[in-house]
Design a protein around this ligand. Sequence first.
Ligand SMILES: Nc1ncnc2c1ncn2[C@@H]1O[C@H](COP(=O)(O)OP(=O)(O)OP(=O)(O)O)[C@@H](O)[C@H]1O
Length: 254
Amino acid sequence: MQPTTAALSLRGLHKAFGAKVSVDRVSLDVPAGAFYGIVGPNGAGKTTLLSMAVGLLRPDAGTSAVLGTDVWSDSVQAKRDLGVLPDSLAMPEFLTGREVLTFMGRLRGLARDTVDARAQELLAVMDLLGEERTLVVDYSTGMRRKIGLATALLHNPRVLVLDEPFEAVDPVSSLVLRRILTRYVARGGAVVLSSHVMPLVEQLCDSVAVMSQGTIVASGPLDLVRGNGTLEEAFTGLVESGAGSSEGLPWLGN
Ligand SMILES: Nc1ncnc2c1ncn2[C@@H]1O[C@H](COP(=O)(O)OP(=O)(O)OP(=O)(O)O)[C@@H](O)[C@H]1O
């Protein structure tokens, strides 16, 4: 039987900023149809890794392939298959949400009526129809996240890479989004997301990678990584990041 091509295949990705190694020769395979969570403490290298994986940040070394297509040497095809929610989103600020979707959809080569129909549906599910006339520059943080997610979904990509997709998103929109992503995976799409919210990762993802100080310290099926405890317990055990002790700040509250 032919092995199925990985949704995302990272090989030896490496990035240093000056003397600081942010991602240290990371290799990772995200299988087709996976719902893959990447967790790690602040500064672990998740955003840097995902930015290189989707072709937004050029690595010092290593490769990334989306469904077998290299993101740097065949970026047009790779980006056709990819929907990306980056960490910090550069947006056309002086457009409304609907205009952003129309603009991005047309850039993606979608027909005008397809873009219009999808924009209407996406604005509805993201609960942004009421803000139709608001310019993105005046959006709240959560609204920006939601319009970013809508643009990631617009062209019906086969692989979604989402950096902290639930950050600043209200509980109702978060529930809607979780359902959308679960259905997307059930239909054969692959999702890679980073998050700090362990219960959410446990609820959604079938596989996880734990990052610490630029490397992956554990990866694989969720049940294997968390063992008999919760993901949070496994995470805390794996990541001895030298995080500040809760015994500190003796003056606080005294
Ligand atoms: N453009 C940059 N210039 C210099 N250092 C950077 C740059 N981008 C990231 N870093 C450093 O690389 C390391 C990893 O950062 P990164 O944002 O990838 O971590 P993260 O795991 O996404 O963190 P968080 O969970 O806080 O978002 C950090 O030490 C950060 O300071």
